[in-house]
Write a protein that binds this ligand. Structure first.
Ligand code: G4P
Length: 533
């Protein structure tokens, strides 16, 4: 049976492109997402992505918080076909306080697209996200957006990207003017000149494209002065920048750069065409014991995200699983190595760009949604029987801590249940000190506490407040020597706690205290991240 399935899987895997867009808020991620979906025929009208967000706001109480804050808390998955490929776009939440969620999404993609505002250049959040991509050498393409506005000089901007982000830039398109003077872009690989025509430019057919800068009509359209200026600039660019090198891109050393204006559709299609041609298809992935190749016949995948109550019509929890190898078929059973149990993957969801649909099949690079009632955790692996576990899905040491206080002490059970579930989803982390009955929450960003308070009330009927607690940082404890671990446990019981999964954690009241504890227990490892496994 597996022999029959093999060619099918390698062909399907090879045409998948699974990626995420990374950017600082307001750089234009939502706008670009929408344009990409339009190219995929996934939505009919511009405005639908935002419209869809608004509709969700109206129907979900939890989402009301998102609306109040004007941020996007949730991530979603959008799949669309383009030029014989299947593109999976994994959305990442924009607000810095939801960093952990974003990091995990980035473990599930094969490449990323970085959007930069031409006027603002490299911003703080882009730097952070880029650091995460670095951890796995994720290949990155860059789109410099808002070319219809005045911005930084393109050569200086490339310099900035190279020096701040530490990645080589290979411009693939180059702007002809900017802001009021924007005339178009020239494609440095094909030589084509794409004119900027507001209100048009959506497709090649709807655009004026010249085969080269020397083609008749170019000078007339962009002006002799501009053309001369452009030629000078291109000479400089060719001297100062790198030509596109696919290997360097795939190794995460070089980023192809495109210029355009998302809101005007301009420069988006050259980006998408280049992306589907050069971006990597699903790659081999590391597990605790071996590398899993995408074209292997048996299904494997891992869960990178869990979300509750995505839609009030389906009050369920959905685990998002990235397929890494093999083929998923509706109704099949999968093995869950962490619990040793088989789980029937009935009614799994796929994410065609508009709505959730029942998945008939899915291939490497695709994401399916599995309904569950708390049996699945972030980081879990699924297989067809093999005992392996994918690595590299991190839990970050929180930097902010609060003690949960109940308004109604009789609701302790609900509070514990709510916190356990929310921490399983990654909405917060949750610690129970060994020596007290406190419930301590940890977060990477302060807004996470508001979301937790809101959801506890909304979904679990518990009113809780959070107060300051003397914890500065947390470290997961690891020690292979059972005797030394026991000794450490006894001596430091006051500062030890268990996380939601039962792992031992050191809660340090100050950084100095942490340092001292580390010095006193050299046999013990203090880990700033814990991998889900
Ligand atoms: P984000 O998801 O990265 O946060 O950014 P988003 O797409 O929401 O874009 C942020 C703002 O930038 C939006 O304006 C959007 O219209 C604008 N924008 C996106 N691409 C371009 C572009 O190429 N040129 C120009 N000039 N603006 C662009 P807004 O006023 O905040 O929202 P809206 O009123 O347009 O909805």
């Amino acid at each position: 049976m597996s022999e029959v399935r093999l060619p099918d899987i390698s062909i399907e895997a090879a045409r998948r492109r699974t990626f995420a867009i990374i950017s600082h808020p307001d750089a234009g991620k939502t706008t670009l997402t929408e344009k990409l979906l339009l190219f995929g025929g996934a939505i009919q009208m511009a405005g639908s992505v935002k419209g869809r967000k608004a509709a969700r706001h109206a129907t979900s109480d939890w989402m009301a918080l998102e609306k109040e804050r004007g941020i996007s808390v949730t991530s979603s998955v959008m799949q669309f076909p383009y030029e014989g490929r299947i593109v999976n776009l994994l959305d990442t939440p924009g607000h810095a306080d939801f960093g952990e969620d974003t990091y995990r999404v980035l473990t599930a993609v094969d490449s990323a697209l970085m959007v930069i505002d031409v006027a603002k250049g490299v911003e703080e959040r882009t730097i952070k996200l880029m650091e995460v991509c670095r951890l796995r050498d994720t290949p990155i393409m860059t789109f410099v957006n808002k070319l219809d506005r005045e911005g930084k000089d393109p050569i200086e901007l490339l310099d900035e990207i190279e020096s701040v982000l530490g990645i080589q830039c290979a411009p693939v398109t180059w702007p002809i003017g900017m802001g009021q003077r924007l005339k178009g872009v020239v494609h440095l690989v094909t030589g084509e000149v794409h004119l900027y025509e507001p209100g048009r430019n959506f497709t090649r057919q709807d655009s004026t494209i010249f085969p080269s800068l020397d083609a008749p009509g170019v000078e007339e359209r962009i002006g002799a002065d501009m053309l001369a200026e452009l030629r000078d600039q291109l000479e400089l660019v060719q001297g100062a920048s790198h030509p596109f090198n696919r290997e360097a891109y795939l190794e995460g050393m070089q980023s192809p750069v495109f210029f355009g204006s998302g809101v005007n559709n301009f420069g988006v299609q050259p980006l998408l065409d280049f992306f589907v041609e050069h971006a990597p298809s699903p790659q081999a992935r590391a597990t605790t014991t071996r590398l899993v190749e995408a074209a292997e016949p048996r299904l494997t995948g891992f869960v990178f995200k869990i979300q509750a109550n995505m839609d009030p019509m389906h009050r369920d929890r959905v685990a998002f699983m990235r397929v890494c190898s093999g083929k998923f078929e509706a109704g099949m059973k999968a093995y869950h190595p962490r619990t040793g149990k088989e789980l029937k993957l009935a009614n799994a969801l796929t994410f065609m760009a508009s709505d959730r649909e029942i998945a008939e099949s899915a291939f490497p690079g695709d994401v399916i949604g599995i309904h569950n009632h708390g049996t699945i955790s972030i980081g879990d692996t699924f297989t067809e029987g093999e005992k392996i576990s994918f690595t590299g899905i991190p839990n970050f040491a929180p930097e902010l801590f609060r003690r949960a206080r109940l308004r109604d002490p009789l609701k302790l059970k609900q509070l514990q249940k709510g916190l356990a579930q929310l921490s399983e989803e990654g909405a917060t982390q949750f610690f129970r000190p060994l020596m007290s009955n406190d419930l301590i929450l940890g977060a990477v960003g302060v807004l996470q506490f508001d979301v937790v308070a809101y959801r506890l009330k909304d979904e679990y009927g518990v009113e809780a407040s959070f107060e300051q607690v003397a914890v500065a940082t947390a470290r997961w404890i690891k020690c292979d020597d059972a005797k030394k671990l026991e000794e450490f446990r006894e001596k430091n019981a006051m500062n030890l706690a268990l996380d939601a999964a039962g792992h031992l954690v050191y809660l340090a009241p100050t950084r100095v205290n942490l340092q001292l504890a580390q010095e006193r227990a050299p046999a013990v490892e203090f880990l700033a991240t814990r991998e889900h496994a």
